[in-house]
Design a protein around this ligand. Structure first.
Ligand code: ADP
Ligand code: MG
Length: 353
């Protein structure tokens, strides 16, 4: 049997470059090497494409921040891609998880794993994800959506009907106080791995958090804090979508920051989460509903909060290319459902189109 020529694109021009390197090398290590001829394609932070020229069997799992070498520049990226049967874009964040690489692969008529252009871009942009969740009537934290013009120090408040209103930062803060109470979470709309996100406990912190977030994106969400548990559910499928059991995150810091995710070994993941059965079913249903609402395909990890006081479930976000190391929640949840990491990769590649 001829092996399937599988391209693994990783690295990329996003703040989650290092996380992608870690996810992709884990995937390469766990793929069935008898079934696939693997072509690891490394995109450097400056956007240049390289072959990762190590013999596949010698590729070890790299940690966040470790260098990918030896590499050799790919002279003609399109020609290189055209030679492949299927591509797994293992890219997190902008220029990868946002529909851009998916668009390129669509144009080239190359099969690829995971969400298409539309669902990738909706889920990358937190403001637009919120709009779709709202339409689908999926409970979520209250929020305010603003745009900033960092250079000219201008702020735009976007109302429920998407009208724009120019406001001063003090007026924005007033809007926050009128509509949602402090503390709040301030997030760049296009972000991942908690980069650019801050919790603001008072007006001064809120101002600083808005200025900080606007360095990452001109679109910003200010969201009410949901005090409670952080839980996650993995989904898989194209038309027929399946959901796993529920996992819980116990961040080692005040919230699940970049460091708490990747550098603090005290952060813990509990699978399965200790949640009442009916609540679990409800979360799994919501995960599938949300995935369908954004027109998701292939895979996603759907993240929720359970509010401590009310036990109410709120959706937080959908990650169309979730962390994929051996200890990441997505493969771990499938493992708990009886599907090994290697089998999961087979299933995802089968679902590619
Ligand atoms: N509304 C909220 N209430 C409480 N905690 C939040 C809220 N929004 C975000 N957080 C905390 O911040 C983390 C990162 O936010 P999230 O929206 O998931 O962004 P990212 O896409 O970077 O993961 C969450 O995992 C959670 O710990
Ligand atoms: Mg998150």
């Amino acid at each position: 049997m001829n092996k399937i020529k599988l391209g693994i694109i990783f690295g990329g021009m996003s703040t989650e470059h290092g996380v992608s390197v870690c996810s992709a090398t884990s995937i390469i290590k766990n793929l069935n090497h008898d079934k696939y001829e693997i072509f690891p394609i490394y995109i450097a932070e400056n956007g240049k494409w390289f072959n990762y020229v190590k013999p596949i069997e010698q590729i070890e799992i790299l940690k966040v921040g470790e260098k990918v070498e030896p590499i050799q520049e790919i002279e003609n990226e399109i020609k290189f891609l055209k030679n492949l049967d299927v591509v797994f874009p293992v890219l997190h964040g902008l220029y990868g998880e946002d529909g851009t690489i998916q668009g390129l692969l669509e144009l080239l008529k190359i099969k690829y794993v995971g969400c298409r252009v539309l669902s990738s871009s909706i889920c990358m942009d937190k403001a637009y994800t919120k709009i779709i969740f709202q339409k689908a009537n999926i409970p979520q934290a209250k929020y305010i959506y603003i745009k900033t013009d960092y250079i000219n120090k201008k702020y735009y408040y976007i109302d429920n009907e998407m009208n724009e209103q120019i406001l001063s930062i003090d007026q924005i803060i007033l809007k926050v106080k009128e509509n949602i109470k402090l503390p709040v979470f301030v997030k760049p709309s296009n972000s991942g791995s908690s980069v650019g996100i801050k919790k603001a406990n008072n007006e001064e912190e809120l101002k600083q958090a808005i200025i900080y977030a606007s360095q990452f994106d001109n679109k910003i969400l200010i969201e009410e804090e949901i005090i409670g548990r952080e839980i996650e559910c993995a989904v898989l499928g194209n038309e027929e979508v399946k959901a796993t059991n529920i996992g819980e995150i116990l961040p080692a810091e005040e919230f699940y920051t970049f460091d708490a995710k990747y550098n603090n070994s005290e952060s813990r993941v509990i699978i399965p989460a200790q949640i009442e059965q009916t609540q679990k079913e409800k979360i799994r249903e919501l995960a599938i509903k949300a995935f369908k609402a954004v027109d998701g395909k292939g895979l996603s990890r759907v993240d929720f909060f359970i509010e401590k006081e009310t036990q109410k479930v709120y959706i937080n976000e959908i990650n169309t290319l979730p962390g994929f190391t051996q200890i990441s929640m997505y493969p771990k949840l499938w493992e708990e459902s009886g599907i090994s990491y290697t089998e999961l990769l087979d299933k995802l590649i089968e679902l590619a189109y």
